[in-house]
Design a protein around this ligand. Structure first.
Ligand code: HEC
Length: 268
């Protein structure tokens, strides 16, 4: 019994198993921002610096968590691969250091926000657009001035809209580009489709900010329908009216190079 426990402990700490598990984790578990690079948490729970029971880890990895975004991997990974992943995740228990940096494309992420040279109001709008303190900042869904993540429409063209049109789009309570995705496992979420590669459909999950790019197997999808429950108003009501006016001024500046003062009333 003791010998067996020892043997299992050794298997769990075997560097070769951990390294194999790390590769599988990078390919399957940290993608789509699910468990993050090095298990540092993405949309799914953080796995780094936590202790797990090995049998629990293996069963969750094999069978998934019902009614959640965590799929079962038994059809996609072999038993041996699931064992390797468990070894790797267990090896993260003592990892308290900062996780390796996310390999984001250049120009994306907090470091990309640089000093702004331009009109003062557009500068305030720029700061609000990229405000890293806000979970639902515009830049989590829109690219502008060559930065941000273009999950939603590219806003450089929005500079051709009037302030009233922009105000209406920003506080819209319905949405035409998003859809409701229902999976066969019972999960459903509002999403923006970005494309499909073979059997995989790529979409941004808008359940909570920031949107998460997910790759879903076509055969896992029950339905994709138009009515979503997602609305832009949920985002914009987190910004005071004056700040939205600043942001619109920034949209004009970034999209058309125009200095254009905008008042909160112009958006109505
Ligand atoms: C959670 C993601 C998300 C966030 C955050 C977000 N948007 Fe959007 N935005 C969208 C989506 C999705 C659409 C498309 C709406 C539709 O389906 O009609 C959109 C549309 C727009 C449009 C209309 C563009 C067009 O070409 O018609 C504007 C303007 C806009 N957003 C501005 C903003 C501003 C300004 C902010 C920050 C205050 C912001 N958005 C934050 C997702 C987001």
């Amino acid at each position: 019994m003791i010998a067996l426990a020892l043997l299992m402990a050794q298997a769990a700490a075997d560097p070769a198993a951990i390294s194999k598990g790390e590769k599988i984790f990078a390919q399957s578990c940290s993608v789509g921002y699910c468990h993050g690079v090095g298990g540092a948490a993405g949309r799914g729970p953080r796995l780094r610096g936590r202790s797990f029971d090995r049998a629990y880890l293996i069963s969750v990895t094999r069978d998934g968590v019902p009614k959640s975004a965590m799929p079962g991997w038994k059809e996609r990974l072999s038993n041996a691969e699931i064992e390797y992943v468990a070894s790797y995740v267990m090896s993260l228990a003592s990892a308290t250091d900062a996780a390796p940096a996310n390999p984001m494309p250049p120009g994306v992420g907090p470091a990309a926000v640089s000093a702004f040279k331009g009109p003062a109001q557009a500068g305030r709008g720029h700061a609000a657009f990229f405000d890293a303190q806000r979970e639902a900042r515009c830049a989590t869904c829109h690219a502008l001035g060559g930065r941000g993540i273009a999950a939603g429409p590219d806003l450089s063209k929005a500079a051709s809209m009037t302030p009233k049109q922009l105000g209406a789009a920003i506080s819209a309570s319905s949405s035409s580009h998003t859809s409701m995705v229902r999976l066969k496992n019972g999960e459903s979420f509002p999403a923006l489709q970005t494309g499909a590669v073979g059997p995989i459909v790529k979409l941004y999950d808008l359940t909570s900010p920031p949107p998460v790019l997910r790759s879903v197997l076509r055969e896992e999808i029950e339905s994709i329908t138009k009515e979503t429950g997602w609305s832009h108003a949920a985002v914009s009501k987190q910004y005071p009216a004056e700040q939205l006016a600043d942001i619109v001024s920034y949209i004009y500046y970034a999209g058309a190079g125009k200095s254009r003062p905008v008042k909160a009333g112009d958006l109505k």
